[in-house]
Design a protein around this ligand. Structure first.
Ligand SMILES: *Cc1c(COP(=O)(O)O)cnc(C)c1O
Length: 379
């Protein structure tokens, strides 16, 4: 059996090496490292894949979130409703712009923001709802869009972990993650479902004015070279990364399918274990398993992690501390106990190895080890 890893980037590369190498060589030979034709091509292919009117590339997913919020003409102190159970980037973008993160607790089974909790924290200062489609599955966008429409709020989606996942509305309409709200943000960090060989990010929208403005913001707030209509940033996707992503985008559905098949294996092999909760697949969203995240009682979580490590199986905790309890964000005045679901998730979730190259013998070894833990070691 090959060594088990959390994410197997070299293994995936070997499968598409010829295409990737040739795309990279082409960029190197032309020397168009910044804003080369591959950037435009990838932007167009991403736009078309997500079925949006506009796509803008940028340097990473954190920038994408910041650029989205910069484009919305918000004032200092305006409130952005988001989840406390996410990666810090979501909240960092809000804080950096002097906006106020207002948290709505997560849902204990789907891990995404709880729409009922969102409704309760809307105030006259609320301007944006920022749902995160965590672990590969969309948040409850029927309810979130309804609340946003009723209160005239923007919806900015953090689709960094869910590129390719699809949401089916109650009325049957199907949309891809990122193409549901006013702006969708994503990341091409190497381990994401669509990852490059460094950093990368993108924004998508169906609003031409927002698209034009976000494009200008990524380019120092400039529409005409050396004239700056607003304060922007310098946030570009390298041509090399765009060339790699353009190849990998063609494989994204197949890659996501490989993750789903690994998840199917886990679901079946791990079902019926007392004390183990498997990830729930919501009926409204496909799940593309950026992570395969299980839950156990808090007293067993770290013991399970250590036990698996002892059998050569890496695992990760996404995330060990909720956003409202992060030291750097204590200024917002949140306390322990404010978001009990997010806090509980932080002490009970555990992500098993998940990537496109998992082999059946590896999956079997992982599942046997989990069974053994619950038979002999769980408390
Ligand atoms: C990865 C990630 C980001 C940020 O992406 P970077 O490209 O690393 O800046 C933002 N939000 C979530 C939920 C993520 O998982």
């Amino acid at each position: 059996m090959e060594k088990i890893v959390m994410v197997d980037l070299p293994g995936q590369y070997r499968k598409i090496k010829r295409e990737i190498d040739s795309a990279m060589n082409k960029v190197i030979e032309t020397g168009a490292f910044i804003n080369g034709p591959e950037v435009k091509s990838f932007r167009e292919n991403l736009r078309s894949y997500l079925n949006t009117a506009h796509a803008i590339t940028c340097a990473n997913g954190t920038d994408a979130l910041q650029i989205a919020l910069m484009a919305l003409d918000l004032k200092k102190g305006d409130e952005i409703i988001t989840t406390p159970f996410t990666f810090i980037a979501t909240v960092e973008a809000i804080a950096l712009l002097g906006l106020k993160p207002v948290f709505a607790d997560a849902c204990p089974r789907c891990f995404n923001i709880d729409a009922k909790a969102v409704e309760k924290v809307v105030t006259p200062k609320t301007k944006v709802i920022l749902p995160v489609h965590l672990y590969g599955q969309c948040a409850n966008m029927d309810a979130i869009m309804e609340i946003a429409n009723r209160h005239h709020l923007y919806v900015v989606e953090d689709a960094a972990q869910s590129l390719g996942s699809e949401y089916t509305f109650d009325n049957g309409l199907v949309k891809k993650a990122g193409n549901i709200g006013h702006i969708g943000c994503t990341s091409f960090f190497p381990s994401k479902n669509l990852g490059c060989f460094g950093d990368g990010g993108a924004l998508v929208t169906n609003n031409p004015d927002l698209a034009e403005k976000m494009q200008a913001i990524t380019h120092h707030g400039s529409r005409v070279k050396y004239y700056h209509d607003m304060v922007g940033v310098n946030s570009r996707l390298d041509t090399l990364q765009a060339a790699i992503l353009d190849v990998k985008l063609r494989y994204l559905d197949r890659f996501n399918q490989a993750r789903i098949e690994a998840a199917d294996y886990y679901d079946e092999a791990l079902s019926g274990i007392d004390g183990l909760i498997l990830p729930k697949r919501m009926s409204q969203s496909t799940h593309i398993f950026h992570t395969y995240t299980i839950k156990t009682a808090a007293r067993n979580r770290d013991r399970l992690k250590d036990y698996l490590a002892g059998r050569g199986i890496p695992t990760m905790i996404y995330y060990p501390l909720p956003m409202h309890l992060q030291k750097g964000y204590s200024g917002y005045g949140y306390r322990e106990g404010d978001f009990p679901v997010a806090e509980e998730l932080c002490s009970t979730v555990l992500s098993l190895p998940m990537h496109t190259e998992l082999k059946t013998d590896q999956l079997g070894h992982i599942c046997t080890a989990v069974h053994d833990f619950f038979k002999n070691n769980a408390k």
